[in-house]
Unconditional design. Structure first.
Ligand SMILES: Nc1ncnc2c1ncn2[C@@H]1O[C@H](COP(=O)(O)OP(=O)(O)OP(=O)(O)O)[C@@H](O)[C@H]1O
Ligand SMILES: [Mg+2]
Length: 409
């Protein structure tokens, strides 16, 4: 198959690496290969072991390639983790044409103007995403090209990451023998696959509870309004279960998934769960309710911090479309209800949509990001809004790092 006919979406998460190969010559991306590998090289969404992460990437991509019967050179890579931050900035330019008709060039200039601010040297820009344009003081303009005006402004959401965390992630990919087509913020990808466009227009929060972190993003009028991260996820629930029940972490993970629920009031006092002791010496029994109370305490803490993130975002009102929960932990029993109570808004489960082919394999909420990456790749071809990252001095940061690493590996 010619290289241009397919893309690979790669979600490098704290718990797992997921690779999705999709054919792009059809109306919707057609999934022809999926590979998943456990990842032990990350903490809280940040690479702490380059070798380990590279191995997991190789495993996941290798499996997806074998299923698809293709060989890949490059991937669309998602980025997340506790180092991600986002804020709003405004750019202003004068419309240059004599007839005062706004052109694509004016739009590019105003977006460039929005990226002029004091960025600390240890941070780099990942995305500059226009929220809205303002033409001669009239706000709420989505596409100003063709409009008449003298003053063009943009309200843009700037997403930044820690340079070292971005570099370590890229280094793992290059070490795995792959190149990077583009880097996309994970919740932006999850938003592509798990949100409906009507929700994104109205205003909606997407909450991705993974293994190491919980990503929070708000969309409004079709664009990203805010992105934040809570540095807690399913791993913390597992570790509470391990400590609380004095059982090894791998057993705690199994017990959590098989018998856990996030709402203690729904769990039975009479159904018992068998808990292996530390050191493999015998078993004890505890009630499902006791297990649920450990899980609920941590899940409440996570959703409390999610509520703080939403508050911190400065979103001016109640989020009208409510929240959509994705990520592996969204599969836990009772978690939607607990989330709805904690955030005081309607909550639904977000599963990836909009693809064809082997979509059943990636139908769970843990695959929202990986599937979103191929959707993003397909839409990105015609989307001019998402700016490729460039430094203020010009030249792509990723390009420079990529070239530097290519020489190393
Ligand atoms: N059925 C289930 N019930 C409860 N928890 C589950 C279930 N299935 C998966 N999980 C949890 O989901 C988490 C993994 O989610 P996911 O695959 O979305 O994480 P990740 O993308 O690798 O990590 P991150 O996004 O935080 O970097 C693990 O903590 C796992 O225990
Ligand atoms: Mg994830």
């Amino acid at each position: 198959m010619p290289a241009r006919d397919f893309v690979v979406g790669l979600d490098v998460g704290t718990g797992k690496v997921a690779a999705v190969v999709a054919q792009m010559d059809q109306e919707a991306p057609n999934i022809i290969g999926v590979g998943v590998a456990a990842n032990k090289g990350m903490r809280k969404g940040v690479v702490v072991d380059i070798e380990g992460t590279a191995r997991a990437v190789q495993d996941a991509v290798g499996r997806a390639e074998r299923m698809a019967g293709v060989t890949t050179r490059s991937v669309y890579l998602s980025i997340a983790g506790a180092h991600i931050a986002s804020f709003n900035n405004r750019g202003v330019v004068a419309v240059t044409a004599e007839d005062k008709e706004i052109t694509e060039a004016d739009v590019q200039r105003v977006i460039e103007a929005a990226r002029v601010f004091n960025l600390p040297s240890d941070r780099e820009i990942i995305h500059v995403l226009p929220r809205e344009f303002i033409v001669d003081g009239y706000d709420g303009v989505r596409d100003p090209v063709g409009m008449m005006g003298v003053r063009l402004e943009v309200e843009a959401q700037i997403v930044t990451g820690a340079v070292t965390s971005v570099q370590n992630l890229l280094k793992s990919i290059y070490k795995a023998g792959l190149e990077v087509d583009d880097v996309i913020l994970a919740p932006l990808a999850s938003g592509e696959s798990a949100l409906q466009s009507a929700e994104k227009d109205l205003g909606v929060a997407i909450v991705d509870i993974g293994a190491g972190t919980t990503d929070v993003a708000i969309f409004e009028q079709g664009s990203l309004w805010y992105a934040g991260v809570v540095p807690l996820g399913g791993d913390h629930i597992t570790s509470d279960v391990a400590v609380g029940l004095r059982t090894p972490v791998n057993q705690a993970e199994k017990i959590k998934i098989e018998c856990g629920t996030a709402l203690a009031e729904d769990a039975s006092d009479d159904s018992m769960v068998s808990i292996p002791n530390m050191g493999g010496t015998g078993k004890r029994e505890i009630s499902e309710r006791m297990l649920a109370s450990i899980i609920e305490a941590r899940a409440r803490e996570i959703f409390g911090l999610v509520a703080n993130e939403i508050k911190k975002s400065g979103y001016p009102s109640v989020v009208p479309g409510g929240a959509v929960l994705t990520g592996g932990t969204a599969s836990m029993k009772g978690v939607l209800e607990l989330c709805a109570r904690s955030l005081d808004m309607p909550v639904r489960l977000g599963t990836p949509r909009g693809v064809e082919g082997l979509k059943d394999i990636v139908s769970g909420p843990a695959f929202a990001t990986a599937v979103g990456m191929v959707l993003f790749a397909s839409r990105d071809r015609s989307r001019a809004q998402v700016m490729k990252r460039e430094t203020r001095t010009g030249g792509s940061v990723f390009g420079r790092i990529r070239n530097a690493f290519r020489e190393l590996f």
